[in-house]
Design a protein around this ligand. Structure first.
Ligand code: ADP
Length: 513
């Protein structure tokens, strides 16, 4: 494994989780890897493909991504190819022959290829030790980019390649998507490997300005000669904003799916090569773009979900240098996203899921808490996070308040009895409500410990504790994870931004920011 890394890829050491994922595959276990964009997911199936006998099949959603991957492998003298319906019949036949003869170590295909009879016939005759699902979130109907064709290949693979193991890789999987993927691909929980979605060099900001165009003009004036992407939601906005910037002497190119292919390629190259610094684009732009010095990503509109937002801002700062990701929005954006949802041909169940995802995106736009923590918690509610200290919310001038004592009462109560959020608030406030007085709860030592507080105050502290990983919330039931003891035992203090003037007067104002 290490020899292949050095000799074939010319790399010195593994990045986090690469070795664990590769080992798991080589031990013959179906495996899921959730690693951020740019962290080296491809290597996780490429090394096993070279170590194992036979041809590894990689399922990938985008033809342009396949081409890039294959070119990079060929440069390292690795026998790789792709096959897709854009190729001439003759070229497809050449790849098919090489596949049949066992000449390929790695073959990239789109999921649709599994509807091709010739391809399936060959699969039955050859040795395929491993099937890799790249961008595996596309398998899950709870993912933000569900592709039914991705899911439809699973029974075909089970039938045609009963001995193959599976590796699934993605950068963006929420808990429900993760559960869906491991169920569909028969992956055991022990064989999930993930690193934090945290990106330390991204400074996140939300700006609720009504004057988005002026904001952008000012920002670009203050960041001259700096490469950046401005994302918009519609083709029309790309044209309009691109034109507006141009009229204000800001050279830029635009990118959306309505442009001619040659125009798209020209504009993309102009941006990637550094000839133009600014690109105004819809979400059609970005997949597979390898430009390492993108210094800012401004969203002119609110995206539809956190996954899309995270994926789009993930293109900034690939070189590790500090980069800014600014979310602007307009009240009409929510309606536009709702329109996209209603118009889509998803099932009602999926639409409901999309509406919930949009709701979380709106929460991100409104939250007063650490933005970086918000995103980390969205993907991994159990991860311990500290405020980043750098995002627009962390940087606000407001002094924070010490809520350690209140937190101790909440965690103390939940440590003895798991309760829903509303009931927790009622018990701590000592409410004489019907659903409380006929139980043993009024006898509980924590009953009424926070009687001075409004329900919304207690709710806020519970939210903060859940956000920071000191309380766990699942199906509306609160429980205390191990980390909660840190607060109970006084090892950690809890702070919050002031959220209500009266509340501020109840607790000590500390000088921590
Ligand atoms: P992802 O699919 O996670 O977005 P890639 O697989 O495209 O990322 O890898 C991103 C870059 O990181 C590639 O240029 C790759 O060569 C490089 N890379 C991957 N693994 C390592 C490693 N262990 N050491 C150094 N560079 C690596």
């Amino acid at each position: 494994m290490e020899r292949v890394l050095k000799e074939l890829f010319g790399l010195d050491s593994f990045r986090p989780k690469q070795k664990e994922i590769i080992t798991s595959i080589l031990e013959g276990k179906n495996t899921l890897g959730i690693l951020p964009t740019g962290s080296g997911k491809s290597l996780c199936y490429q090394i096993p493909a070279l170590v194992l006998e036979g041809t590894t099949i990689v399922i990938s959603p985008l033809i342009s991504l396949m081409q890039d991957q294959v070119e990079a492998l060929l440069e390292n003298n690795i026998e790789a190819a792709y096959i897709n319906s854009n190729m001439t019949a003759k070229n497809q036949a050449v790849v098919e022959a090489r596949l049949r003869n066992g000449e390929l170590k790695i073959l990239y295909v789109a999921p649709e290829r599994f509807n091709n009879r010739t391809f399936l016939n060959i699969l039955e005759q050859i040795n395929v030790p491993l099937v890799a699902f790249d961008e595996a979130h596309c398998i899950s109907k709870w993912g933000h980019d569900f592709r039914p064709s991705y899911q439809e290949v699973i029974p075909i693979i089970e039938e045609k390649l009963p001995n193959a193991d599976y590796i699934a890789l993605t950068a963006t999987a929420t808990e429900d998507v993760e559960e869906n993927i491991i169920e569909l691909l028969s992956i055991n929980k022990e064989n999930i490997f993930k690193t934090s979605v945290k990106r330390d060099n991204l400074k996140l900001s939300v700006d609720l300005t009504f004057q988005r165009e002026q904001f952008i003009l000012k920002y670009i004036a203050e960041h001259k000669n700096t490469p950046g992407i401005i994302y918009v939601s519609t083709r029309k906005d790309a044209e309009k904003l691109g034109g507006f910037l141009y009229d204000n002497d800001i050279d830029n190119v635009i990118y959306h799916a309505g442009l001619k292919k040659s125009e798209r390629e020209y504009n993309q190259n102009a941006f990637v090569s550094g000839q133009k610094n600014i690109i105004v684009a819809t979400n059609a732009f970005g997949m597979g773009i390898d430009k390492r010095n993108i210094r800012f990503i401004i969203h002119y509109n609110l995206p539809g979900d956190i996954e899309s937002y995270y994926q789009e801002i993930g293109r900034a700062g690939r070189d590790g240098q500090l980069s800014e990701c600014i979310l602007l929005s307009n009240s009409r954006d929510v309606m536009l996203q709702q329109f996209f949802i209603e118009r889509s041909n998803a099932t009602e169940e999926q639409k409901e899921n999309m509406r919930l995802k949009l709701e979380r995106m709106i929460q991100y736009n409104k939250t007063t808490k650490c933005l970086s923590s918000f995103i980390i918690k969205y993907f991994n509610p159990d991860e311990y996070v500290e405020n980043c200290g750098m995002c627009s919310n962390c940087q606000r001038e407001d002094k924070t308040i010490d809520i350690t004592e209140e937190s101790k009462h909440i965690i103390g109560l939940i440590n003895t009895i798991s309760l829903p959020v509303e009931k927790t608030i009622q018990v701590l406030r000592g409410e004489q409500a019907e659903n409380i007085i006929h139980t043993e709860l009024p006898e509980h030592p924590y009953f009424g410990k926070l009687s001075r507080y409004q329900p919304s105050d207690v709710h806020h502290i519970i939210d903060e504790l859940v956000m920071s990983g000191y309380l766990h919330l699942s199906n509306d039931m609160l429980s205390v994870p191990l980390l909660g003891n840190e607060i109970l035992e006084g090892k950690t203090k809890m702070h919050s931004v002031p959220f209500r003037r009266q509340f501020k007067e109840l607790v000590n104002v500390s000088t921590d920011t």
